[in-house]
Design a protein around this ligand. Structure first.
Ligand SMILES: C[S@@+](CC[C@H](N)C(=O)[O-])C[C@H]1O[C@@H](n2cnc3c(N)ncnc32)[C@H](O)[C@@H]1O
Length: 402
């Protein structure tokens, strides 16, 4: 199976599938290394084989036992449907979210219930639990299951140069102007914030293009480039900081950029030190932690789509507030600024690029940093029950946050 297969399994699981890997006993160790998230014990014929499951959602079996593994992992659909109907689904979902808040300190109440349900059902299928109420009981008894469900709900699908035409358009029509603007400042700099950066591919992609844009502009003075990249998942941030990607994951990077920005190592390609120094990664909750300020770019791609409209309507004005005049907002293909057209003028409608407007802004009119704070703090208050373990230290060390 190797690391390529592991990535394939990770992608299947991230898209809602169930992964069952055929493994020889000697492969289990390699699989374990390749897929670090989540652990399950599989006992074919009484032999315990420790396997790691991608995104905490997969399982493994020795040759000849794969079919039984698949059957066990996916209980009959009719059974699930019947037992689920016996529950009050929304009450059971609320219970699951409350337990998750207690275990992890994160409140998923503002995430779309349809996505939450789909991901919870995947955990239910792996446990053979047919009703969400039963699953809630299992969750109440196991904090480890809480951690695994937390990982399951943070959907980390990403890639270098994901949607290549988006990045081509950004490089051609937005970054050259920003480079000139940044160079004209008394302290020449460009600052970007990648929100929900997952394992770092998007942040490094942006860093490469910023680097290229500044080089192409042949500016008379030095320009400091800084990308802040944040995610709720501590595991994802750790992977991002490491900056080491297996060959299969750098396929979207051209040969020229691979040689310029990466170093070949055992196990894949590592982002060069110069590029890693440009990007500061931290665990950060966009719903509750203080935002970054004085930004030229906010990239929040493929995250708003998981949030309920009410939360989207709080975050979009916040992004407007933290952008400098003329700054750029980047969203994912299925995301828009919705009713906040007065805050953001379209730069590229097809690829969801917007320029911060200086007029018609309900938040910015007469607004100070203090005035912005209540909105942020109000969001913080709701998941105060237990502070996530590793949140504050890394975030507090970031400069220039509100
Ligand atoms: C689908 S990935 C998007 C990755 C990247 N932006 C891209 O478009 O390729 C969504 C990411 O958002 C993160 N996320 C979910 N809730 C979050 C929150 N409240 N604060 C910060 N990040 C969050 C998840 O952990 C996940 O890595």
């Amino acid at each position: 199976m190797g690391s390529d297969g592991a990535e394939g399994l990770r992608a299947i699981i991230a898209s809602g599938g169930v992964g069952v890997a055929q493994i020889a006993r000697e492969c289990a160790v390699r699989l374990h290394a390749a897929l670090r998230d989540g652990h399950r014990r599989w006992r074919p014929g009484g032999h315990a084989v420790r396997v790691a499951a991608a995104g905490a959602g997969g399982t493994g079996a020795q040759p000849g036992r794969v079919a039984r593994g698949a059957a066990d992992a996916v209980p009959p659909v009719a059974g699930i449907a019947r037992r689920a109907a016996e529950d009050d689904p929304s009450a059971a979902l609320q219970t699951v979210l409350r337990l998750l808040l207690q275990t992890t300190g994160h409140d998923f109440a503002q995430y779309k219930p349809s996505t939450l349900r789909r991901r919870i059902e995947r955990r239910m299928a792996l446990h053979g639990t047919a009703s969400m109420a039963d699953y809630a009981r299992l969750l109440a008894a196991s904090s480890q299951e809480g951690e695994l469900l937390f990982k399951e709900l943070l959907i980390g699908v990403t890639a270098f140069f994901r949607d290549p035409p988006f990045w081509q358009s950004l490089a051609a029509s937005v970054l050259p102007t920003l480079a000139v603007q940044g160079a004209a400042r008394p302290e020449p700099e460009l600052r970007a914030w990648v929100v929900g950066c997952s394992t770092g591919e998007e942040a490094y992609t942006l860093a490469m293009l910023l680097h290229e844009a500044v080089a192409a502009a042949a500016l008379p003075q030095q320009l400091k480039l800084q990308v802040f990249a944040t995610d709720l998942s501590a595991d994802a941030v750790q992977t991002a900081r490491r900056g080491l990607y297996p060959e299969a994951l750098v396929q979207g990077v051209s040969a020229v950029r691979l040689s310029r920005f990466f170093v070949r190592e055992a196990g894949g390609y590592r982002v060069s030190k110069a590029l890693r120094d440009m990007v500061l990664f931290a665990r950060h909750d966009v719903i509750g932690d203080p935002p970054f300020m004085r930004l030229d770019i906010v990239s929040c791609r493929n995250l708003l789509i998981y949030f309920k409209p009410a939360l989207q309507h709080k975050l979009l004005p916040l992004f407007h507030y933290v952008l400098r005049p003329g700054g750029t907002l980047l969203l994912g293909n299925s995301e828009t600024v919705g009713r906040f057209e007065s805050l953001f003028a379209p730069l590229d409608i097809r690829w969801r690029m917007y320029r911060r407007s200086d007029t018609g802004c309900p938040l910015a009119d007469g607004l100070s940093a203090q005035a912005c704070r209540p909105a942020t703090l109000e969001l913080r208050g709701r998941h105060r029950a237990r502070e996530p373990r590793s949140r504050s230290a890394a975030v507090q060390s970031f400069p220039n946050q509100v």
